[in-house]
Write a protein that binds this ligand. Structure first.
Ligand code: AMP
Ligand code: MG
Length: 420
């Protein structure tokens, strides 16, 4: 008779236990702002200047003193021309300055009239140009005030912010050619399983019976790169105790995390679990999640220096591996980098499908947003079906035991946010 099964661990508890073991890596490195996309900021960025640094025109038109331009039809003398990157002279009463977008508003002027509202009059005998303004000017109109974007001394980006294109642009607008970011986590990746064959080694026609291509290695490597990691791809470690111990030992010395897929199901004979146990410690969790469930977390001692490498063993089924990475490994990697935001927020959306039989585990159903703003369900939710992840643009986070009826509001987690 089988021993009674231990209750499954709630996913939130497993995640909390996992993250409790993770401290941010010490130290930061300086990288060129150009190359910092996806990195996590190691220190606050405090602005050393006002942005914009000076009052400037938001339009092509005429800089004026608003006091001179209170009546539509008012005529002003154009006494100067100011292009972006050039300084003008102080504006006197009755004068206007021809001005272009981004050019400094001259002293004395406090408004810009867009050129569409200014009629250039025929030149005067003295060669001066005049403009007639078709509308009154309000003080401040079409003037971008110094500091309206960023005030000097303001904390513009906080340590722990993950830098994306907009953040890089903002850092550059403060004059920063380099930023201090968390080091890249170094991750050793390997797969287990005698059935695995590498694409390119054997043509599809010649696949031996029982063999499958190693797909996890490809998406895990890509996912790790997205998370800012340096990846050592150790391939498939030979299915022998000595070789596995040796591989883990070397990996621990040079990496922050060792990530494997396969071989963590209960009762499975494989060499990774005992090898990790021999070099450190290992917990095997049965998590209330579907796809997913088995997950190994452990630590491998370093032989060459103090400290340890984290070990995560993902389930082998490709969809389980993929989803477990997003839910568990992604936050781990973000925490290692000191990121302040580890989770992806769910969006409530209407299910345009029925799910009449809730599972006893919390489910992550692959769905696609449809043109009506609702969610369609991929027909095959099996944990081996990678087409469900490609077709889907996210998952519904469905609590254990919950059924879904067409029209119910469900919690949608978009892949795009996880992968960004
Ligand atoms: P396991 O977790 O090792 O029991 O594997 C569960 C299922 O996932 C089995 O059908 C394996 O063949 C499959 N599997 C394991 N590793 C991989 C991999 N790297 N790529 C594709 N399928 C895999
Ligand atoms: Mg296996």
């Amino acid at each position: 008779m089988n021993a009674p099964r231990a209750p499954l661990m709630p996913l939130d508890e497993a995640l909390a236990r996992l993250l409790a073991n993770i401290s941010p890596m010490a130290g930061t490195e300086s990288v060129a702002t150009f190359d910092a996309d996806g990195r996590v900021l190691g220190t606050d960025i405090v602005s050393a200047l006002q942005v914009p640094a000076f009052d400037n025109s938001a339009m092509d038109g005429y800089a004026v003193r608003s006091a001179d331009a209170q009546t539509p039809g008012m005529v002003l003398k154009v006494t100067q021309r100011i292009a972006a990157g050039h300084m003008g002279q102080a504006l006197q009463a009755g004068e206007a300055a021809r001005i272009f977008t981004g050019a400094p508003v001259p002293p004395g002027a406090d408004a810009v009239v867009m050129q569409e509202e200014a009629e250039v009059l025929p030149p005067q005998p003295d060669g001066l140009t005049e403009v007639r303004l078709s509308s009154a000017a309000r003080a401040g109109q079409w003037v971008r005030q110094s500091g309206e974007d960023v005030q000097r001394g303001a904390t513009v980006l906080a340590a722990g912010t993950r830098l994306g294109p907009a953040e890089l642009g903002l850092a550059a607008s403060l004059g920063l050619a380099h930023v201090a970011v968390a080091k890249r986590p170094r991750v050793a990746l390997f797969s287990t399983g005698d059935e695995l064959v590498m694409p390119g080694d054997v043509l599809p026609d010649a696949l031996p019976p029982g063999a499958i291509y190693n797909s996890n290695r490809f998406f895990l490597k890509a996912l790790l790169h997205r998370m800012g990691c340096e990846v050592s791809d150790l391939g498939i470690v030979p299915d022998q105790r000595e070789a596995t111990v040796a591989a883990l030992k070397t990996a621990a010395d040079h990496h922050d995390l060792i990530l494997t897929s396969g071989g963590v199901s209960v009762g499975e004979e494989d060499h990774v679990k005992p090898a990790v146990q021999a070099l450190g410690q290992l917990d095997l969790w049965q998590i209330s999640m579907k796809p997913g469930k088995p997950l190994a977390y452990g630590q491998v001692r370093r032989s060459s220096r103090p400290g340890l490498a984290h070990f995560v063993g993902l389930p082998g089924n490709p969809v389980s591996s993929y989803i477990t990475f997003l839910l568990m490994v992604r936050p781990l990697l973000l925490k290692l980098q000191g990121a302040s935001c580890l989770a992806v927020p769910a969006t409530p959306l209407a299910a345009h499908f029925d799910w009449p039989k809730g599972d006893k585990r919390r489910e992550f159903l692959r769905v696609q947003r449809n043109a009506q703003g609702g969610l369609d369900l991929f027909p095959n939710q099996s944990s081996g079906v990678l087409t469900s992840v490609v077709w889907g643009d996210g998952v519904v986070d469905n609590p254990a035991g919950k059924t879904i009826a067409h029209g119910d509001v469900v919690q949608f987690l978009p892949f795009a946010e996880w992968l960004s």
